[in-house]
Write a protein that binds this ligand. Structure first.
Ligand SMILES: C[S@@+](CC[C@H](N)C(=O)[O-])C[C@H]1O[C@@H](n2cnc3c(N)ncnc32)[C@H](O)[C@@H]1O
Length: 254
């Protein structure tokens, strides 16, 4: 039976790669690559560096084309579902074409596969379409962990929950009193909806040589974050950033 390994590789620092991930990579005959967009070149370069550093076994790299996504669709979830279905078709074809009946293929997933990554859901679609394989997931260091480590902080208050959300949702669901919120996938407008009194721990390009972090009262560093975001994005052509927001108890929520 074919095997598909879904391997978390951390957020840009090859030293994030775990010993379990290295062992898994050295089982794979084929690595499937699907990135696109402005960051694709650099993310693939980091993946290539990881393969060159840690994989001693002969392997092939197979690129899977990414179908276009309808970002204008009013029904966001429907557009994403269509896109995942199209991707499942392409993944299934690539798996069948590239792997023999007992072959082993791997997807190297940025961060950890459990967090804002579609690989596992797309593989569910591949299986539903009738392509069978054994599946193993190897965890990686996710960006909230990289953020916490970079600042030397704990994400949650003592005995408290943490909400992980997107910049898009922050406008309608800002941090409540005392709440800790990790914000990912922000287009740069997420913080606009958050009150000045919130504390923020922000980081971009975490784990890479371009890593930059800032922390403080949001009202004091909001402009600095926006400025850095714009400047780094213009310089590199892309940005990946994340932050923890904590609204102080007693401070008025937005
Ligand atoms: C598509 S999600 C992938 C998340 C990934 N699976 C993880 O475990 O972190 C991409 C988002 O993760 C965050 N992210 C990923 N890598 C990052 C990094 N090196 N520095 C800062 N944020 C990062 C950003 O919020 C980015 O918009």
């Amino acid at each position: 039976m074919r095997t598909i390994l879904v391997i978390g590789i951390g957020t840009g620092n090859p030293a994030h790669v775990t010993i379990e991930a290295i062992a898994a990579m050295n089982r794979a005959d084929v690595f499937f690559v699907v990135d696109k967009g402005p960051a694709a070149g650099e993310l693939n370069r980091i993946r290539e560096e990881i393969l060159a550093r840690f994989v001693t076994r002969a392997h092939r790299i197979v690129a899977i084309a990414d179908p276009p996504r309808d970002r204008t669709a009013a029904a966001y979830e429907g557009a994403v579902a269509d896109w995942h279905a199209a991707r499942a078709g392409l993944y299934g074809e690539a798996i069948v074409d590239a792997l023999g009946a007992d072959g082993c293929g791997a997807f190297l997933v940025w961060g950890d596969p459990s967090l804002y990554d579609s690989t596992l859901r797309i593989l569910d679609g591949v299986e539903r379409a009738g392509v069978t394989f054994a599946r193993k997931v190897i965890p990686g260091i996710a960006s909230p962990q990289a953020l916490a480590a970079a600042h030397g902080i704990v994400l949650n208050g003592v005995g408290e929950p943490v909400r992980i959300t997107t910049g898009r949702r922050l406008a309608t669901e800002p941090p409540g009193e005392g709440e800790s919120v990790v914000v990912m996938l922000d287009d740069g407008t997420g913080l606009d909806a958050v009150a000045d009194d919130a504390e923020v721990w922000w980081g971009a390009y975490l784990g890479t040589p371009d890593e930059v972090i800032l922390a403080g009262r949001l009202g004091d560093i909001r402009h600095a974050i926006k400025g850095l975001r714009a400047e780094r994005r213009a310089r590199k052509g892309w940005i990946m950033d994340i932050c923890l927001l904590r609204h102080r108890r007693g401070a008025p929520p937005a």
